[in-house]
Design a binder for this molecule. Structure first.
Ligand SMILES: Cc1ncc(COP(=O)(O)O)c(C=O)c1O
Length: 406
């Protein structure tokens, strides 16, 4: 049995106090804290193995390159991809989606072609498609949410046409925590031969992943939300696309041959990894996956859903708190508003109690516009959170209400 109550001991950051109080970190949807094994691996790599990868032939370079490529294999098996060429390292999920949208758009999107997104999308899964709308004259359509913050597969059926070139949507909403019916949407898209990109930024750390079973064409992952180093993401691109798509950025390392009048490119993933890559970050990310696997993704899912249910129940009992969305399938995220208190004030007052949450539109202005609110407060759960953390959150919310006489 995993004792989730002791997980904080594995994260050095929890040793400190914030304003004299224990740190209650409820901002993992923004970025997760890093366990010691990941931090130690970064130091170990710099102290003993560091070199650039994929270039020199000296001992350190070969060691570093092997370690770097080992992580690719670990990621491949973690998400059950079929080929290692399908795993492309990027700067983050934003970079992964930009890569897919730009490369796919260049080859397959023309004037009048349609791209389907949803009203739940993070700006990272909207702005790159908006660029294509501007540059190529594409049309963007949005699948609508219902009053619970869910999106039914029928919403996609309503807006798919013979001009639909790609469907891109989030696996789990970073505001409502809604788990979308991913498989059903992919099956629908497949029946019409439409490729699908999933923004998996909020899912890979919470639920088990199997890209072959899902049948998606692209899957974007954010490593810093998976207890991994910052500045690192992954794009899974099914082999067909990894082979077919043109490079995204040009530079060293991604070419096959360069002449004055002609350039040929390397195969995937090298073709998409221009310039010096994040070496220590990639190497240390193997330890993040090990950390998740040691806990067991099923155990994580179960633990986090217990903490989430406890949190939702407590917040629902507080009459002043309005929880955003009421999806039947939800993961790790509770966004809320309190009438009469701006979310930034909530976050500032909670910080006095050592409680770290996020306030704002969470890069989801389309969703907030639809809900007719400018901003919300968001408490998001990671492996280190427990029911005691939720108790502190709720006490602090009450204190906040007192300050504002609510
Ligand atoms: C749903 C969603 N997509 C994309 C992103 C961007 O991820 P990254 O920070 O890795 O670029 C975020 C980050 O908050 C997110 O929540």
């Amino acid at each position: 049995m995993i004792d989730f109550n002791n997980i904080k001991n594995k994260f050095p950051i929890f040793k400190q106090k914030i304003k004299g109080k224990p740190l209650i970190y409820l901002d993992s949807a923004n970025s997760a804290q890093k366990p010691k094994i990941v931090i130690d691996e970064i130091s170990r790599f710099y102290e003993t193995e560091f070199s650039n990868v994929g270039r020199s032939v000296h001992t350190l370079a070969v060691k570093a390159t092997n370690k770097f490529e080992e992580t690719r294999d670990i990621v491949k098996s973690y998400i059950n991809a079929k080929h290692r060429e399908e795993i492309i390292f990027t700067k983050g999920a934003t970079d992964a989606i930009n890569l897919a949208a730009t490369a796919f758009g260049e080859k397959y999107i023309n004037e009048g072609d349609e791209i389907i997104l949803t009203e739940l999308e993070h700006h990272s899964n909207y702005v790159p498609w908006h660029y294509l709308r501007n540059k190529r004259g594409a049309i963007i359509k949005f699948a609508s949410i219902n009053e619970n913050g869910e999106i039914d597969v029928d919403e996609f059926k309503k807006i798919i046409t013979e001009k639909t070139k790609i469907i891109a949507f989030t696996h789990i909403s970073n505001v409502t925590g809604t788990i979308l019916p991913v498989k059903k949407i992919i099956d629908l898209a497949k029946s019409k031969n439409i490729p699908v990109l999933i923004d998996g930024t909020q899912s890979a750390q919470h639920i088990g992943l199997d890209v072959q079973d899902l049948g998606c064409d692209f899957y974007a992952i954010s490593c810093h939300k998976m207890y991994g180093p910052n500045g690192l993401g992954i794009l899974y691109a099914k082999k067909k696309w990894a082979d077919e798509l043109p490079p995204y950025q040009g530079g060293g390392g991604m070419i096959s041959e360069v002449k004055k009048d002609e350039i040929t490119y390397a195969d995937s993933p090298t073709k998409f990894e221009a310039g010096t890559m994040q070496t220590a970050e990639v190497v240390a990310f193997a330890k993040s996956i090990q950390f998740i696997q040691d806990l067991g993704i099923k155990n994580i899912e179960e633990h986090e859903s217990q903490v989430l249910e406890y949190g939702l129940e407590k917040l629902r009992k507080n009459n002043s708190v309005n929880i955003i969305g009421n999806p039947s399938k939800r993961a790790s995220i509770m966004s809320f508003t309190i009438k009469g208190i701006h979310p930034h004030d909530i976050a500032t007052i909670l910080d006095d109690d050592g409680v770290a949450i996020r306030a704002g539109h969470h890069c989801c202005q389309i969703l907030h516009d639809k809900l007719k609110i400018p901003a919300s407060a968001r408490a998001s759960i990671g492996v280190y959170n427990n029911k005691d953390d939720i108790d502190v959150l709720c006490e602090s919310i009450n204190k906040c209400k007192k300050v504002f006489n609510i």
